[in-house]
Design a protein around this ligand. Sequence first.
Ligand code: SF4
Length: 248
Amino acid sequence: MEIEEIQKIADYCLHCKTKPCKKGCPLGNDITEFIEYIKVKEYKKAYYKLLDTTVLQPVCGRICPYYEQCQGSCVRGVKGEPVNIGILESFIGDMAIKENWKIERLEEKKDKKIAIVGGGPAGITASAYLARRGYNVTIYEKHNNLGGLLVHGIPDFRLPRKTVEETINKILALDVNVVLGKELGNDIDLEELAKENDAVLLAFGANISSKMGIEGENLDGVFGANELLEYENFPSLEGKRVAVIRWW
Ligand code: SF4
């Protein structure tokens, strides 16, 4: 998107004192203030404002259900269209990658080790904030790449792999260690991890579809989203009629 259009979107924001958009964001991103920086073209400051609460701006800006969260709470949306916060967030996140703005360490290195089991969004986010605070962090991931649901559960056209990879590389530059292809229970023992580290964070994610509790959901040909997206465990549906049920 052209920068003029970005400025136009930012200028549409009313800089509400009560910050309903921030309240609507599960992370508590200070949306009002990061947009204010965009208005005056202080993009780097906008990035560091977002960094207070998220390291996944290029990802969240693309895939968050913002129409129900921050944008869903936007005052502009009461009588018209809400501010397009998602586009502004991904714009700033993409710029941070392009300009190589670093995620700064906030505290000196500590003599403390933390193991994180699971390299999905929760694990990599935790690794970033712990590394910023000086902890020596190692992520253990069962797949041969990091990202979890971001790479195994969301198609590339919705969230480009390159964006995920570049976002993660920015976090790893904080000196986060990564052990790939190791699964807890098979290759790693929890007790040993606990002995070798000062703390262990289990960040497995939610990779089993929850059941709807309705009749017929166990019939052949009915699949949960995770089975479809993460495990690609379904027959070819080419030329077939498919019904999609949104459930939450
Ligand atoms: S609620 Fe909407 S208009 Fe108000 S500060 Fe947030 S984004 Fe801007």
